[in-house]
Ligand binder design. Sequence first.
Ligand code: PFF
Length: 449
Amino acid sequence: MATAQKESWQSGLGFVLAASGSAVGLGNLWGFAYRASQGGGGTFVLLYVLIVMTICLPVLVAEMVLGRSTGRSPLLAPVQAAGRAWQPMGWLFVVVSCGILAFYGVLMGWTGQTLLHALQVGLPSSMGEAELFFAGISGGQSAIAGQAVSMLLTAVVVAAGVQAGIERLSRMALPMLFLLLVVLAVWASSLPGAAEGYRTFLLRWDSQELFNITTIRNAFTQAFFSVGTGIGAILAYSAYLNRKAPIPSEAVAIVGLDTAVGLLAGLLTFPVVISFGLGDAVSGSTIGTIFLSLPTGLGSIGLTGRIVAVTFFSLAYLAAITSSVSLLEVPVAALMDRCNWSRRNAAWVSAAVIFVVGLPAATDLNVLGTMDDLFGGVLLIAGGLLIAVLMGWFASRSFLEDLKNSGITPPARAGIILFFLRWVSPLVIAAGLLISVVDLIGKWTYVPR
Ligand code: PFF
């Protein structure tokens, strides 16, 4: 029983922008910089690009085909494709997307608060002042208020529908975000420490890092989280695709845009970090990095710095909301598909529940970090593994048929993608998952002496 009146994208470009909006998010802007600076440097970047191209890309194509060929929500698509035994996979999608959105809403709240502060009051003049400010926004009422506003805005967009809400937002936000980021990266190239910034973080090569378990885990997590494949968000979007959409080239466009934004963000943050001597602050800290070091560095150069900060945090908020709407679309599509709820009711109820689930993360940084590790670092990758196995082995015929019926993908290309899905992606993802779990257990059980 497919949904009665199916929504659809207005155009192929609209879909690509919306899916790229899902991929491009806070993960590109802070995750890339902080993970690259944790020791991997250029080695991390290379590993990241390799994983994206050989592992995430085929999984992304598979996720898109799963959505389009079944036309169902992430909750029911696996069942429709391969039978009832796959129902748990549908639940995994719903639980993980809600789990990620629960803490993502909190991070959006911090971003919004930092933006408002830069706009109304100004930037901190020292790291100490920045820490004080950050302590204020990352706990208590302030964090909850920021999270509430972010969930509210996300629900407004999703409730408005695929074309009038999600597509319209993405068409406006993505080009603007890209343009602003290019401008900021060009500005950063004029900073005195720019060349050293590029060298230290992006170009530094250390082949030992290729075997460093933390670097591998970082590259894996960053690749999956950033592309955002593995939890059904792109699947939900793809259910609204038409039969003729050229899925493989659209997937390449999405992944290309996402990687470009990650690199551009690096071209902005690394020169800033080096110019203002903030290297230790960045690699030593975790989630709060960008909220501490960037404003502090920019605060030391007066009005220009304030303009750059306002621009950066505005574009970060835009990037975040195009991601959060895709996460909310997962439970919303599920409620519409399974329970026949209206889009509006599904959006508001889901957003309210996710807001409540995110409250512990809003008030405790450790909870937030653990949720990030668990949902973003392990379960998202596990979802990617299941997608590869499902489409590569259990629904491979409909996979090939769907691509063939679009009339655009040559059979040979579809065959190559299937080969990767069967033989490369599952093995590498399983190994990456194992490494992630081992590294995480080590982190959770580590007792400092
Ligand atoms: N890709 C987003 C980011 O980099 O911030 C986060 C995300 C969005 C993850 C959507 C997963 C997802 F389904």
